[in-house]
Design a protein around this ligand. Sequence first.
Ligand SMILES: C[S@@+](CC[C@H](N)C(=O)[O-])C[C@H]1O[C@@H](n2cnc3c(N)ncnc32)[C@H](O)[C@@H]1O
Length: 211
Amino acid sequence: MIVRPKVDAYAEAYSTGEPPWLTALAEETRKVCAVPQMMVGPMEGRFLAMLVYMLRPRRVLEIGTFTGYSALSMAAQLPPDAHLVTCEIDPVHAEIARRHIAASPWADRVEVREGPALSQLASIEGPLDFVFLDADKTGYSAYYDGVLPLLAERGVIAADNVLQFGGVANPLDQNEDTVALRAFNEKVRDDPRVEQVVLTVREGITLIRRV
Ligand SMILES: C[S@@+](CC[C@H](N)C(=O)[O-])C[C@H]1O[C@@H](n2cnc3c(N)ncnc32)[C@H](O)[C@@H]1O
């Protein structure tokens, strides 16, 4: 997180709590996955749910399912006729996500597609009303290029982890993901087709829309 832990804890305490079905998913993820902190967690989960509530999207695409925490956070706020496709490369992650989605009340609205997200993009139908980018950071630039032409006129892309806990602002941080995200942030900033705002929520989230 970028904000001080005490302030972050305060913000979480005064936000609506995590629903029980996500607590069960999070508990299993912490038990069986090597990097459970890949889940967006309660605060960002509530934030995504609020965005979906406000946007009322019909078609949602997520790139980077992991065990389904963000997908189910969003699904709970989808209108009944909406559809969320979420892409995941790892079969173990996809299996956990599918099981929790099947047990949820939103199984009819959420589809997990297994395999590299970039090759899935060819079969994704637009227009997309909301896109959540949260897979491999070195792939963001290609995902952005792939989804922008599919974005609805009033569609929004949310790109996660764009500040890497602040690493992007530290020139000494030459980690591969940080370098890729710096390049991604520059690309979005310099793209005349879009307007964007970089938020300091958790590891940083950029909201992008077409102009
Ligand atoms: C940060 S996690 C996603 C977290 C998830 N949004 C959540 O809140 O639980 C990133 C996920 O992207 C997946 N991934 C990595 N490279 C991918 C690719 N090329 N195509 C699809 N998924 C990929 C990883 O296996 C991992 O499960």
